[in-house]
Design a protein around this ligand. Structure first.
Ligand code: AHR
Length: 499
């Protein structure tokens, strides 16, 4: 198969935020996940697990969304500030009906982002909150004035305001965020965002709630309506899409026990993200031809039946090489649409859905999806360049996608980064790669590969891991560089070339 990369054919900036993540008050994502509390025997800094923070720094996590999800539209930020022992408790009605003691709140979230070195992305409450509540949250976080609200922050131990760039005005307001019609939400968006002020040199990138999509209902109407009525007041518009093997919410399938047919169905469904970016992007293009408004895919990833014996409201699932392939395919799609996709947040960070990290008490492991984020982190902040390969079709559940997924970028130093996934679980692929232009040297090559249902578990946490790839044959040619690659089935490859 021929793959041609044209480093001089520059396309669009790859926003680092495409490699973002999402942390909701859901199951064991925050509590018993990243946040163990200062008194925990597990090594922590101000309550945040050190091993997890270190792992997230390694993949250069650029942005983290919080506190939800559906939880965001029932969250009242004032319950999560002040002395922990006097914080108001609530029932987490969306996720298992457990008691939420609000010990992880605004201050703790900013502390987590500080330790990771990522941008915070906070999602406000439109569904059950008030304009005043949202407005005062922004003031509490970002104002340096001596107003009662900013002084309250000082009393709670944070003298200087935080910088907050990304703020979402509601979540899934067509569903758990209030069951609204798009026209109604568009009006509420216009109203709520009016009082999201820019204080003390902080500039808020306002994100409107976008479409919830599925193959059965791509929901273009939502994007059309919100763009029509509110585009002049937003910086970004979100989009949610989850990959289910079956598209039946009452029987999604196991995360680990699946056959080839289900494997291909999962990838066929994941490949739908390309069409979603294309078609929602085309609607946005009509209203915003300069592509100033970002498409913010702030929830994506696989969603299976929960692990047997676990709380169904906690959405805990294992992760296999199938998930790694979904991640590689999706991240290549986002790179290719980086002119419009300015941020994406896989759901979710730890112990929930397509997590990059799983924990069991003090044990912690990196999932195959984590390793894909590690390999792809080289694209962050680089410029997408043209990569072309004829389609090698696989058809499943009526959808056709190519067996090989790829994207390429050039960074500021002129290094070329290439990520390729062989999605086939039947055939290794021989790839003849040509890098146009000049003679390049291969300076880094890594591969992640395994059987389609290979996984890491707490007995063998390194069963799936990145290893060096040393079988590429490279030589200079008249018009650039030729590289011969044999890519095993179910594998992700990352290559970096220097001039
Ligand atoms: O990520 C889990 C849930 O999925 C989120 O809370 C919600 O926004 C979506 O429906």
């Amino acid at each position: 198969m021929r793959l041609i990369v044209q480093p001089e054919n520059k396309k669009s900036y790859i926003h680092p935020e495409i490699y973002g993540n999402f942390s909701e008050h859901l199951g064991r994502c925050i509590y018993n996940g990243i946040y163990v509390g200062e008194d925990s025997p597990i090594e922590n800094v101000n309550g945040m697990r050190k091993d997890i923070v270190d792992a997230l720094k390694k993949i250069k996590l650029p942005v983290l969304r919080w506190p939800g999800g559906c939880f965001a539209d029932e969250y009242h930020w004032m319950d999560g500030i002040g002395k922990k022992e006097s914080r108001k408790k609530m029932i987490n009605t969306n996720w298992g009906g457990v008691v939420e003691d609000n010990s992880f709140g605004t201050h703790e979230f900013f502390e987590l982002c500080r330790q990771i070195g990522c941008e915070p992305y906070i999602n406000g409450n439109v569904g059950s909150g008030t304009v005043r509540e949202m407005s005062e949250w922004i003031e509490y976080m970002t104002s340096d004035n001596f107003s009662p609200i900013a002084n309250l922050r000082r009393e709670n131990g944070q003298d200087k305001p935080w910088k907050l760039k990304y703020f979402g005005i509601g979540n899934e307001n067509w569903g758990c965020g209030g069951n609204m019609r798009p026209e109604y939400y568009a009006d509420l968006y216009r109203q709520f965002q009016t009082y999201v002020h820019n204080y003390s040199g902080n500039h808020v990138y306002k994100i409107a709630c976008g479409a919830g999509t599925s193959i059965a209902n791509p929901n273009y109407e939502w994007t059309e309506t919100i763009m029509k009525h509110a585009r002049h007041l937003m910086s970004g518009l979100s989009l949610h899409y989850y990959t289910l093997p079956t598209d039946k919410w009452d029987h999604k399938g196991s995360s680990t026990e699946f056959d080839k047919e289900e494997y291909y169905m999962t990838l066929a469904h994941a490949s739908f993200m390309d069409e979603l970016c294309e078609k929602h992007g085309a609607i946005m293009d009509r209203y915003d031809p300069e592509k100033k408004i970002g498409l913010i895919v702030d929830e994506w990833g696989t969603w299976y039946d929960v692990e047997p014996g676990t709380n169904p409201g906690f959405l805990y699932q294992q992760s296999t090489m199938r998930d790694a392939m979904v991640a590689a395919l999706t991240l290549n799609i986002f790179n290719k649409h980086s002119d419009r996709v300015h941020m994406a947040n896989i759901a979710q960070l730890i112990n929930v859905l397509q997590a990059v990290i799983l924990t069991d008490g003090e044990k912690m492991l990196l999932t195959p999806t984590y390793h894909v984020f590690d390999m792809f982190s080289r694209h962050q902040g680089a410029t997408l360049v043209e990569s072309i390969m004829p389609m090698d079709p696989i058809t499943s559940d009526g959808r056709t996608f190519s067996s090989v997924s790829h994207s390429a970028s050039v960074d500021k130093e002129g290094n070329v980064h290439l990520t390729i996934a062989n999605l086939s679980c039947d055939e290794d692929k021989k790839i003849s790669l040509r890098l146009d232009g000049c003679a390049y040297a291969l300076c880094d090559a890594q591969i992640l590969t395994g059987e389609m249902n290979a996984k890491n578990d707490f007995d063998s946490p390194e069963n799936v891991k990145i290893v060096p790839f040393d079988s590429a044959k490279i030589e200079a040619c008249a018009c650039g560089t030729e590289v011969e690659i044999e890519l095993s089935k179910v594998s992700v490859l990352s290559l970096t070339f220097k001039k």
